[in-house]
Design a protein around this ligand. Structure first.
Ligand SMILES: C[S@@+](CC[C@H](N)C(=O)[O-])C[C@H]1O[C@@H](n2cnc3c(N)ncnc32)[C@H](O)[C@@H]1O
Length: 233
């Protein structure tokens, strides 16, 4: 099957929109340094010009396999699959691409999670996992301009950190993209940009971001499979 790597010459000219073929994505992710990060369930990946998710979708598939290998039961995999998902972040400028990005991530999670749960663990699909996955994806895949660090209405891009806590719990905390970049140094690469950013900024994405933030939601500590409730403290 042929892959469409461009939508129109105008979009290539205006936004540098050329999608990476699957074969190239796989080759790039096969690099040993990237593979090591994929094997680390909590290492974060950030795609600053995400398109429709060529890299993020493949990363998700690979991280879910790692989560399955590290799980001893369906119950453990329910949590680990969400931990794996929560480490993937993306920004994309164009609204139609963001819609596809979110849809592709949700579809991939649902298909891969369901397949692993039934085939590897002979378990049942947990709807709370799917609902929590959707919340994570909608928070982590953001419409915006990576260079300006703002969304199309000019408000700051906000990311959620999903910090694993003891007892299979997670603490969600929000940070502006600006504060993350300022505290941990520039990362990310966008076509046509002079500012150089690493395609795969790994661990430490949130480490140094300080809480000098505009008013952010204060989420309650909860289990990974209760993320969908989005309970505020
Ligand atoms: C070369 S394409 C790559 C897409 C995807 N990473 C892939 O490999 O298929 C670049 C993408 O960056 C987006 N883009 C361009 N400028 C951007 C900006 N300032 N902030 C965020 N995304 C941007 C474009 O809309 C386009 O989807």
């Amino acid at each position: 099957m042929t892959e469409n790597i461009i939508k129109s010459s105008e979009r290539v000219k205006d936004h540098g929109e050329v999608f990476t073929p699957k074969r190239i994505v796989k080759l790039m992710l096969d690099q040993p340094e990237i593979q090591a990060k994929i094997n680390d369930l909590t290492a974060t990946f950030f795609e600053p010009s995400a398109g429709e998710g060529a890299f993020l979708v493949e990363l998700l598939k690979r991280k879910l396999k790692v989560a399955a290998d590290k799980s001893s039961s369906a119950k453990v995999f329910n949590t680990k699959s969400l931990i794996a998902l929560s480490t993937l972040y993306g920004v994309e400028l164009l609204e139609d691409n963001v819609e596809m990005l979110v849809m592709n991530m949700i579809t991939t999670f649902n298909l891969e999670y369901s397949k692993i749960i039934s085939e590897k663990f002979a378990g049942k699909v947990n709807q709370h996992v799917l609902d929590s996955a959707k919340v994570i994806i909608q928070a982590n895949m953001v419409q915006g301009n990576t260079l300006e660090k703002t969304t199309s209405d000019g408000s700051p891009i906000i990311f959620s950190e999903w910090k694993p806590e003891s007892g299979n719990k997670v603490q969600r905390a929000e940070y502006t993209f600006e504060s993350i970049i300022n505290q941990s140094g520039p990362t990310g690469t966008v076509q046509g940009a002079t500012e150089e950013v690493d395609l795969f900024a790994d661990t430490g994405f949130f480490e140094d971001a300080k809480k000098e933030e505009p008013k952010m939601k204060q989420y309650a500590l909860c289990s990974w499979t209760s993320i969908y409730k989005q309970k505020i403290e």
